[in-house]
Design a protein around this ligand. Structure first.
Ligand code: DP6
Length: 362
């Protein structure tokens, strides 16, 4: 179990009010996390590329509560400059769940202002960038108040651990280029409790990869990720799927090390379709793909066959299609998107993104 000291402020010491701001990116899983147990622990290891353009900025202000106030979380929250009750409740519940190990959070008056670099409800998952930005703010807060996270590796580990408690995939956003979350003999130091960086184990070609997100639908998903993970518990293919993810992770790590883009692309597409196959094979079954998602997938495969350009797709738990390709063909692929794919996107909306350097403190 992650070693978490129980931190309480000495109220006889005056505390100067302070503020912290972090920008944290989203990430795109190549090996998918799908299926969990316990307190947000993954059934299989996953690997993602860290993105750059799709990110969340979170600003946290803190001050000591007045004498005699109770020790519940006291939070003033806003999202994109406005009140947002759903998000406020989510953050409030998350902070409350941390009180047993972070009792000091109950001693403070907290203000959180947060916002995304991409339009709200564009169908781009914001939980990875949002929860990782918040977790980083909490780690900076812990370090400012207690000086307990001076070691950068320990700081990142704890940020990843806290992000995971908010949303599983968020724990992978802490690291530059690429991260692995979930225990595997293939990656030294890997854990189910936090992600570890693997950016130093990938070929330069992948550090220059793009991920353009074709927004097929901006509508709210019919089945949330949370519900989808839960349905893996009764899925007759679950154990085979978890074993397959391990096998594919070994193949992917090898491809990432050697710069084997074709193998990388094949695994990315196979993983995307397996993820959605699991949804179709759940009880009750469900579909998150849209006819336009399928049309795009067909077009991508045709384009690859016709041009030889290494453009591959992957999918999240939703209808939007991510196009993965190396930076040296960005002009060709942007022209392809404009000519052949934009018509399948909701209001022609495409979020251009690429592999990034990870979060930054502002
Ligand atoms: C399909 O991390 O959103 O994007 O842990 O319940 O918050 P919770 O789920 P979440 O699941 C993401 C699933 C995925 C694949 C992945 O990112 O690995």
């Amino acid at each position: 179990m992650y070693n978490n000291p129980r931190l309480i402020l000495d109220t006889s010491d005056p505390l100067e009010p302070g503020a912290i701001t972090w920008r944290s990116p989203s990430n795109i899983a190549i090996i998918k996390y799908w299926g969990k147990y316990g307190q947000q622990l993954p059934r299989n290891p996953s690997l993602s590329l860290t993105l750059a353009a799709s990110c969340t900025d979170t600003h946290l202000e803190y001050a000591m509560k007045e004498e005699g106030e109770d020790s519940r979380i006291s939070l003033d929250f806003s999202f994109q400059g406005a009140e947002n009750e759903a998000f406020a409740t989510k953050v409030q519940d998350y902070l409350t769940s941390l009180l047993p190990v972070f009792p000091f959070l109950g001693q403070l008056q907290l203000t959180i202002r947060t916002g995304n670099s991409f339009p709200h409800s564009a169908g781009i998952a914001s939980s990875a960038s949002g929860m990782s930005a918040l977790a980083l703010c909490l780690c900076s807060l812990e370090d400012q108040l207690f000086a307990t996270l001076q070691d950068p590796a320990e700081y990142d580990r704890k940020a990843s651990y806290l992000a995971r408690l908010g949303s599983g995939s968020a724990c992978r956003s802490i690291f530059p280029h690429a991260a692995v979350w979930g225990e595997t003999p293939l990656v030294a130091g890997s854990s189910n409790e936090y992600a570890v960086p693997v950016g130093d184990q990938i070929h330069a070609a992948f550090k220059d990869f793009h991920d353009d997100i074709l927004i097929v639908s901006q509508a709210e998903k019919a089945v949330s990720s949370r519900a989808g993970h839960a349905l893996m518990d009764g899925n007759p293919y679950a154990e085979v799927r978890y074993a397959q993810a391990r096998t594919r992770l070994a193949q992917l790590l090898e491809a990432l090390r050697t710069g084997d883009i074709a193998t990388f692309g094949k695994i990315a597409e196979d993983e995307a379709l397996t993820l959605h196959a699991m949804m179709m094979a759940s009880n009750p079954s469900y579909l998150l793909l849209h006819p336009n998602s399928l049309a795009i997938i067909e077009k991508v495969r045709e384009y690859r066959a016709a041009t030889g350009h290494p453009v591959y797709f992957t999918l999240d738990a939703g209808p939007n299609v991510h196009l993965l390709y190396p930076g040296d063909i960005v002009h060709e692929v942007r022209a392809f998107i404009e000519r052949d794919l934009e018509e399948y996107c909701d209001e022609g909306y495409v979020q251009f993104d690429w592999v990034g350097e990870g979060p930054e403190e502002m």
